[in-house]
Write a protein that binds this ligand. Structure first.
Ligand code: BT5
Length: 318
């Protein structure tokens, strides 16, 4: 896609209906050029309705992403310099692990149209039909395994910023790995690593975002999709591009040991700090106010018994 086509998609997403004249004047191109680009977009699978006096309306974005589209849109320096796009895979994290073991470089992107065995934490199932964004990145951060959570935090900040940039929605991070919109889960992050005692060999960040996909009935009360919240389709390639740019930026902060910036950004995007929560860990259930993050990204809970640092668990807001 050329920059003009990307700009046209952005305008179609921004307005419910937009006239050819308005697109032409905003992008300084002729109306004939607008018409030609709209025909190209239709060939790529964008469903665009045209009506006299109203102009164009985007009703559906393409079902699948292509490597070529990603390469044209992406603005990162290192992330996604190598892309593996799969029509279907069991889990992008599993595929990424195989590639990481073979020495595939840092920043390699593995993205699938659908996953047949998508995983959450503790081997929970992650539903991943077509039209969602399911991808993993291979990273080799020079941090200790103790600090791996900081990478998840970078990813969570990047997803939140990406959604802010590409939609009018207001996402928030729920510790440790969820992104919520209107209190419903729209994204989950799965961080897995292979490490020596004090060194990470490789780390896989798996990100699953409900974009234009359907979600099954059993998840409907607690999960949502960007399309559902925006009441119109969201462009997955532009969203991916925004997320990867921000992720690269935050990951650079991690490399520079600028943990303060990561934590400050995370706090500003999070709905967890300051909330009354119950945390369920493998060993216990703790209730209290989530007061802050610890040095390694742990959640600090304050209650009558004092303060407790929780390394990992599932939280519910009370
Ligand atoms: C997560 O686990 O939230 C991490 C999800 C990571 C998915 C990505 S997709 C790309 C990469 N490849 C993979 O195989 N995985 C990663 P957790 O916090 O354990 O949450 C899992 C729970 O979320 C499930 O038990 C369901 O309740 C719920 N869930 C399942 N599918 C969902 C979906 N599509 N949207 C929202 N919630 C879902």
């Amino acid at each position: 896609m050329t920059q003009t086509i990307i700009d046209i998609v952005e305008l179609l997403k921004k307005y419910d209906w937009i006239s050819g004249e308005s697109i032409a004047s905003q992008l300084h191109i002729s109306r004939t050029a607008v018409w030609k680009h709209i025909q190209q977009l239709k060939k790529k699978g964008y469903q665009i309705t045209a009506k006299p006096n109203q102009g164009y309306h985007l009703s559906k974005t393409p079902d699948t992403i292509t490597t070529e589209e990603i390469k044209q849109v992406i603005k990162t320096k290192h992330f996604a310099s190598s892309i593996h796009h799969l029509p279907s895979v069991s889990s992008t994290n599993d595929y990424a692990k195989i590639l990481a073991k073979k020495g595939e470089p840092e920043g390699t992107l593995i993205i699938a149209d659908k996953q047949t065995g998508g995983r959450g934490r503790k081997q929970r199932k992650w539903i991943s039909p077509e039209q969602g964004l399911w991808f993993s990145l291979i990273l080799r951060p020079k941090i200790t395994p103790n600090d791996a959570m900081l990478t998840t935090m970078c990813a969570a900040c990047a997803v939140t910023k990406g959604i802010f940039e590409q939609t009018p929605l207001k996402p928030s991070i729920k510790w440790p790995n969820d992104i919520l919109i209107n209190n419903k889960k729209v994204c989950g992050i799965l961080t897995e690593l292979s490490a020596e005692i004090d060194e990470i060999t490789y780390l896989i960040i798996g990100i699953g975002i409900n974009v234009n996909n359907e979600i099954p009935n059993e998840l409907k009360g607690k999960s949502t999709t960007l399309k559902q919240e925006c009441k119109k389709p969201v462009d997955s390639v532009l969203l991916l591009s925004s997320i990867l740019s921000s992720f690269e930026h935050f990951y650079q902060k991690l490399t520079d040991k600028d943990i303060l910036t990561i934590k400050d950004t995370w706090r500003s995007y999070s709905s967890t700090i300051g909330s009354k929560v119950t945390v369920e860990t493998e060993k216990e259930v703790v209730t209290g106010i989530a007061v802050d993050l610890g040095e390694h990204g742990e959640l600090i809970i304050k209650n009558n018994q004092g303060e407790k640092k929780i390394l990992t668990g599932d939280i519910s807001y009370l």
